[in-house]
Design a protein around this ligand. Structure first.
Ligand code: SF4
Length: 790
């Protein structure tokens, strides 16, 4: 236990002078109860090399909870984090009982909620879930993940009581409670530890029978000292097992998100893994033990006794100080912290060396590939050759993605599906443009196919830039500027960091490389571009300095380079970028195809303008963390570009999206963060719906059935009415949350937007314009409103 003051933990002098570590922590796992009602033989807390649990208190005392809460709040405030994840963990967290659980949630909420939105989670075996606990979890919005290894035989192979009996029936009873309509929203998903002796399809079917919103398939923890069970040299039993599930999952149309598969697909498309198991995302998780000591994630317990320990606790050590410990710095070092073997591996951007703990070997520590190396490589390369979930034919969304979007939401995975579909559309447009390309662009085009094989993430990073599509559409419409096709290829060359040469043609003295920047051409001659150098093909003007592109792609994973990562000599202006809540957004003030919105785009910004944008977007993100927390992660995934628009002379707020520019939001600058927050969410809705409309006819194109809506005096064509309804759904939700915290005037705005949305949804449903898909979409909107107060 911790003794000492239980209000704000004192910042030690060093914490004030301490340099800020690079990547803040985003998720805190609180070991609120150290014991368990089961004795699973694969448990990483009790059964592995680390036995430190024996010296710790059984549960987290109230004083320790208060210290932990204050440290988390301090970290969130220090880094302006819009949201933090709190995972109540154990042992078995529900052994603490309802009264202590309420006290713990109350203390954490009181300290952290004023600073950041809390993404509450609990990981449990589900046995002690009751209606009383469910009501309490509903009150705080705690989502529950349940550990289940498959059918009864598979689950009870490991998940047993001390007396040897299996836990499957009791866990299923807890899951039945979570599936009740009353508690369904609490159900986060299932966590299954793989045992290759279990039939993969039987496990998959047993998990899906529990109707989980999400599934996580975990490799059993192992190291080079303690290799995985049933793994023999030259075999890949875990890859084989996972691929059986993967193939069936694809054949079923991906009926549920499966974290490891989705993460690998998402990274391959340039997204984030959102898990430490694969990919090179930095470690953002820390554990607080029952005694208040900071620890690294539990998986480290497999390595050796005390491996997860840091020797620090929440009384004496802030989260920033924790991050500065060598062990934590190494965990956060991404690609640079991997072994030489991994850094040279062709699949490293996706594998990332696997889970940190799985690299351990006595003597060389963590400087090794994963003990699952062969399985990970086999899994990734086989997934590459499997049919892609969204191909070049007719892309479709899994039902759960469609329904999540219809409800007004859209988390990172749903957005990843939309992005993949948009990429397919843009690729098809590029193929069509190539058929009309001028001589220089036609010479560059075949290189793109080669780069697609060598550096697919770099191709995706450029092809999904919003203004590649706006240009391609315009080009196909009026034959305008086919030369930009070579600019697209050159941008990929730079993003990929290859030395391939592309010849590009300056227009009006400039070459704009989409997502990279603008080069003012030194001569009228064409220019050869590689990732490192420019060479004019004609005579250089006297005294013109040689330009040098110094790509950073050698140090960063493919697809990341090009986000402001290109440094050059005079004559090159990289795309402006701003960092908002840990994400890099492009501020597009130069791309010649950015002017695709209802209002004109501004000209080039000054450095002062860009700083003002960074400040106002950061402030708006902060507003969203309070007023639209569930939208933040998806918004951050979708929005890659902000295009500054010319402000209205009368000060009216302006924002816009274009269906041809997925990922870009057009906004006129404002210094009102609350208003900017509303505009961001409003346009996020339009962007999502535009992408859905690219895939489905939600409205009968032949329908002439106009719809009367509350926000306009004139009846609207059905598709425009649907767009407005969907946008106002999210705006109403913002005002609902503002009303809950008694913001002035919020209740009135909430009522107005809710009623507009409700009546427009009813009018659409009562009309004849919606297709069957459209009706399902609007039903989703109506179901969300039905959950709100009248
Ligand atoms: S597949 Fe093996 S070598 Fe490649 S990154 Fe993963 S662990 Fe490292």
């Amino acid at each position: 236990m911790i003794s000492g003051p239980v209000t704000s933990p004192p910042s030690s002098p060093s914490s004030r002078t301490h340099p800020r570590p690079g990547t803040p922590l985003r998720q805190f796992v609180l070991k609120v109860h150290g014991l368990c009602n089961l004795a699973c033989d694969h448990c990483y807390v009790y059964e592995l090399a680390d036995q430190t649990w024996r010296d710790k208190p059984a549960f987290m005392a109230p004083g320790t909870v208060r210290h932990a809460a204050a440290r988390i709040a301090e970290h969130a405030a220090e880094h302006s984090l819009g949201a933090v994840g709190i995972v109540l963990h154990g042992g078995e967290p529900l052994l603490m009982g309802a009264p202590r659980l309420r006290e713990t949630l109350t203390v954490l909420d009181a300290a952290i909620a004023p600073v950041a939105w809390i993404d509450w989670r609990m990981q449990t075996n589900g046995i002690l879930l009751t209606d009383e606990i469910g009501e309490l979890l509903l009150e705080f919005g705690v989502k529950v993940g349940v550990s289940l290894d498959g059918d009864r035989e598979a689950n009870d192979r490991h998940r047993r009581y001390r007396h040897g009996g299996g836990s499957h029936p009791e866990t299923l009873r807890g899951l039945a409670l979570l599936r009740k309509p009353r508690f369904r929203e609490l159900y986060a998903g299932l966590l299954c530890t793989i045992d290759v002796r279990n039939d993969p399809i039987a496990v998959y079917e047993a998990l899906l029978a529990q109707e989980p919103p999400h599934v996580d398939l975990l490799l059993p923890h192992a190291t080079w000292d303690e290799p995985p069970p049933y793994a023999q040299p030259g075999t890949t039993p875990y890859a084989d097992w996972l691929l059986r599930v993967h193939d069936r999952w694809l054949a079923d149309g991906r009926p549920v998100p499966i974290r490891s598969f989705d993460a690998l697909h998402t990274i391959a498309r340039g997204g984030r893994s959102e898990t430490e198991a694969v990919g090179v995302d930095r470690g953002i998780v820390a554990v607080i033990e029952t005694d208040g000591t900071w620890e690294q994630p539990d998986s480290m317990k497999v390595a050796f006794h005390g491996a997860a320990g840091t020797g620090r606790d929440v009384v004496t050590t802030s989260a920033d100080e924790l991050l500065d410990l060598p062990a934590m710095r190494h965990r956060q070092s991404g690609l640079a912290g991997l072994s030489a073997t991994c850094r040279a591996c062709p699949v490293v951007a996706r594998c990332g060396g696997g889970l940190y703990a799985h690299r351990y070997r006595t003597g060389s520590g963590f400087d090794n590939p994963s003990v699952y190396c062969a399985d990970l490589k086999g899994l990734i390369t086989s997934m590459d050759s499997a049919p892609q979930p969204v191909g070049n034919g007719l892309p479709v969304l899994p039902d759960w993605v469609f329904d999540e979007l219809a409800s007004g939401g859209g988390g990172p995975l749903a957005i990843a599906y939309l992005t993949a579909a948009q990429e397919s559309i843009t690729r098809a447009l590029l193929v069509a443009v190539a058929g009309h390309a001028d001589e220089t662009a036609a010479r560059a085009w075949p290189l793109l196919a080669d780069l697609d094989k060598q550096s697919p993430a770099a191709v995706r990073a450029v092809v999904t830039h919003p203004f590649v599509r706006t240009w391609a559409v315009q080009c196909l419409r009026d034959g305008h500027d086919t030369a930009r096709l070579a600019d697209v290829v050159a941008a990929v060359v730079i993003a990929a960091g290859t030395d391939a040469q592309v010849e590009v043609t300056p227009r009006n003295g400039q070459i704009h490389l989409p997502s990279i920047g603008t080069l003012t051409a030194p001569t009228p001659a064409n220019v050869m571009i590689t990732s490192r150098a420019l060479t004019a093909t004609g005579p250089l003007a006297a005294g013109t300095p040689a330009e040098t592109l110094a790509g950073t792609s050698a140090q960063t994973p493919p697809g990341v380079a090009g986000v402001g990562g290109v440094v050059v000599g005079s004559g090159f202006a990289p795309v402006r970028t701003v960092e908002v809540d840990g994400r890099v957004l492009r501020l597009e003030d130069a791309d010649p195809y950015r002017d695709c919105h209802e209002w004109p785009a501004t000209g080039p910004l000054t450095d002062g303008d860009a700083e003002a944008w960074a400040t106002s977007l950061t402030a708006a993100w902060r507003e969203l963390s309070l007023d639209a927390p569930e939208q933040l992660a998806g918004l951050g995934e979708l929005v890659t570009v902000v295009t500054p628009l010319v402000a209205a002379a009368d000060g009216t707020l302006r924002s816009a999206t274009s269906q041809q520019a997925f990922g870009a939001l057009g906004i006129a600058a404002t210094d009102d963060p609350a208003a900017l927050a509303v505009m961001l969410v409003h346009e996020f809705q339009h962007a999502k719906l535009g992408a859905v409309l690219d895939l489905y006819d939600l409205v009968d194109p032949d329908s002439a059935d106009p719809v009367t809506v509350g926000w306009r005096p004139d009846a609207r064509p059905a598709e425009l009415a649907l767009q407005g309804t969907y946008a106002h759904l999210a705006v109403a939700d913002i005002w609902r949350r503002r009303a809950l915290r008694s913001a002035p005037g919020a209740a009135g705005y909430y009522t107005m937007y809710r009623d507009w949305t409700l009546h427009a949804a009813d009018a659409l449903r009562n009309g004849t314009a919606l297709t069957e898909r459209g009706r399902r979409f609007v039903d989703g909107i109506a179901a969300t409103i039905a959950r709100w107060p009248k």
